[in-house]
Design a binder for this molecule. Structure first.
Ligand code: HEC
Length: 112
C-alpha cells in the first residue's frame, strides 16, 4: 500500500509539473503595459480616426464599431491592421505595433 501511495504522489507531482509547463494562453499574455495602452488608444482616435471617423463609425474607411466587426474574425482584422489592404487606403501598421498589440487593439474595438 505504501508503494501505491508513493506512485500516486509521483503521478500527481508529474501532472502538476506538466500543468506548469503549459504555455500561458496568448489571451492572457498579450495585454500591453498601461502606458502603451494609452498610446495605442490615442493612436486609434487620432490616426485610425482620421480615416475611420473620430468615433470610428466610418468615414473614408468602414465603421470599426463592434456591430460592424461582429461577423469578422480576429484573424482577418489583425491581418488587415498589420499588413494593410493592398489597393485600398488602409495602410500597414506593422512598423508601429506588434501582433500582440494589434490583437489587444481588436479587443478594444470589439469592446472586450
Ligand atoms: C488612410 C486611411 C486609413 C487609416 C489611417 C486607417 N485605415 Fe483602416 N481602412 C481604411 C480603408 C479604406 C479600409 C477598407 C479597405 C477595403 O476596402 O477593404 C480599411 C479597413 C480596415 C479594417 C477592416 C475592416 C473590415 O470591415 O474588414 C480594419 C480592422 C481597419 N481598417 C483598422 C484600422 C486601424 C486599427 C487603423 C489605425 C491603426 C486604421 N485602420 C487606419 C483606411 C484607413
Amino acid at each position: 500500500m505504501r508503494h501505491l501511495q508513493r506512485v500516486q504522489k509521483l503521478v500527481f507531482g508529474l501532472q502538476l509539473f506538466l500543468l506548469l509547463c503549459l504555455p500561458i494562453p496568448s489571451v492572457w499574455a498579450t495585454e500591453p503595459p498601461p502606458a502603451r495602452q494609452t498610446e495605442l488608444r490615442n493612436l486609434l482616435k487620432n490616426d485610425c480616426g482620421a480615416c475611420h471617423g473620430l468615433t470610428l463609425k466610418g468615414g473614408m474607411g468602414p465603421s470599426l464599431l463592434p456591430e460592424a466587426l461582429a461577423g469578422k474574425s480576429d484573424e482577418l482584422l489583425v491581418t488587415t491592421i498589420l499588413a494593410g489592404r493592398k489597393g485600398t487606403a488602409m495602410p500597414p501598421w506593422k512598423p508601429f505595433m506588434n501582433r500582440d498589440e494589434v490583437v489587444w487593439l481588436v479587443g478594444v474595438l470589439r469592446n472586450r
